[in-house]
Design a protein around this ligand. Structure first.
Ligand SMILES: NC(=O)c1ccc[n+]([C@@H]2O[C@H](COP(=O)([O-])OP(=O)(O)OC[C@H]3O[C@@H](n4cnc5c(N)ncnc54)[C@H](O)[C@@H]3O)[C@@H](O)[C@H]2O)c1
Length: 337
């Protein structure tokens, strides 16, 4: 029997979905779970039947464990850099939650350390494994929409009950923490914006020191534009509604909807009366696929799509949006990593 990848999962709240990812991957086994909060650790340990000798409150016990191959990191964003870099320096492959980090300095350090380590590093931009968005990518690449001239995506999620902790840090602006999903999605679907311009609003979450709604428009080269709307105080259910407009058709999709709507055109370029309704699985946290992609890259020595540079580019666009909303000026993201 081939040796299984030994996995350690750090952060037992959202990070429990990484435990599920590892448990569903045949070639992996869980060697350790870690959380500095004993109650969260116990809860996850009992839920997934992880024996007590594999439960740790100090992540350094994982750094020092030579048997561990892969570490997943799902701790507050401010700790992504420290824990990921410690693991990479210890020779472990790392799957770290989004956003890669909250500052340009931190993303640069992660890139440097991941390059030096020779280990695989992946940032968990989970929308790339969301069935509706995978399908959208397939439709765009098949040419069904013709040439895309406009894309818009939104991240609307009420954080009313979520922001009395590390999410209230001024560095953890909603555009970076949550909006990075919409920004990464449009980068993946149409490429890197050359310029961004944004307005911010602050009406719904007085308890955070940053805007709770931001609208950004972007230019992607000649004749292609985009828009991202981020609202972390919105009074509605969670959505990432995304519309892609092309010369031959238009696609409307959402990570929380079981259907996508595709408008196509006839041979004269007139829009067909009835759109095609495409059924799709709703799975907006497809951590099983995400872990599978990462573990396969580790086993086969393949490149990781959302490596540290890719994660850094998404953070760079988010930081540019925040900067523009504060200065009232167009900002050109700097992708020189
Ligand atoms: N991909 C997504 O859609 C998605 C969704 C939610 C959260 N996230 C990301 O996941 C990460 C965790 O978010 P969350 O919602 O679980 O946060 P949370 O605050 O609910 O949980 C964080 C957990 O990490 C533990 N922790 C903190 N410091 C630690 C340390 N030094 N060592 C070990 N454990 C430590 C805490 O005790 C807690 O159990 C964040 O980076 C967040 O942005 C991603």
């Amino acid at each position: 029997m081939e040796k299984k990848l030994k996995v350690a999962n750090i952060g037992m709240k959202f990070g429990m979905c990484h435990v599920e990812g590892a448990l569903s991957y045949e070639g992996a086994e869980i060697a350790a779970i870690c959380d500095c909060d004993e109650e969260n650790l116990r809860f996850a340990g009992e839920r997934y039947n992880i024996p007590e000798e594999k439960r740790f409150t100090d992540y350094n016990d994982i750094v020092n464990n030579k048997d561990i191959d892969i570490v997943t990191v799902a701790v507050p964003d401010q700790l992504h850099k420290k824990i990921s870099c410690d693991m990479l320096r210890a020779g472990k492959h790392v799957l770290c939650e989004k956003p890669l980090a909250l500052t340009r300095e931190d993303v640069k350090e992660i890139i440097e350390v991941s390059r030096e380590s020779g280990c695989k590093f992946m940032v968990g931009q989970i929308c790339r494994y969301t069935p509706a968005f995978e399908k959208a990518k397939e439709i765009i690449e098949a040419g069904t929409l013709g040439e895309v001239y406009f894309i818009e995506s939104e991240y609307a999620h009420d954080y009313m009950k979520l922001v009395d902790n590390w999410r209230a840090d001024p560095l953890r602006h909603g555009v970076i923490g949550g909006g990075c999903h919409a920004v990464d999605l449009i980068r993946w679907l149409v490429g890197d914006p050359e310029e961004v311009f944004a307005y911010g609003m602050h009406k719904l979450l007085p308890q955070v020191p940053y805007d709770d709604a931001t609208i950004a428009i972007m230019k992607f080269g000649e004749n292609v534009a985009g828009k991202v709307f981020v609202s972390t105080g919105c009074k509605r259910d969670y959505t990432m509604r995304t519309c892609i407009y092309g010369t031959k058709g238009t696609l409307i999709c959402d990570n929380t909807s079981p259907t996508m709507t595709l408008f196509t055109t006839d041979s004269e370029g007139v829009v067909n009366e009835k759109p095609e309704i495409i059924e799709v699985e709703v799975n907006n946290h497809n951590a099983v696929k995400e872990f599978e992609v990462f573990a396969n890259a580790v086993l086969n020595g393949k490149d990781v799509l959302t490596d540290a540079v890719e994660g850094a580019k998404t953070v760079e666009v988010c930081l540019s949006i925040v900067e523009s909303s504060k200065t009232g000026k167009i900002v050109k993201p700097d992708y020189n990593f």
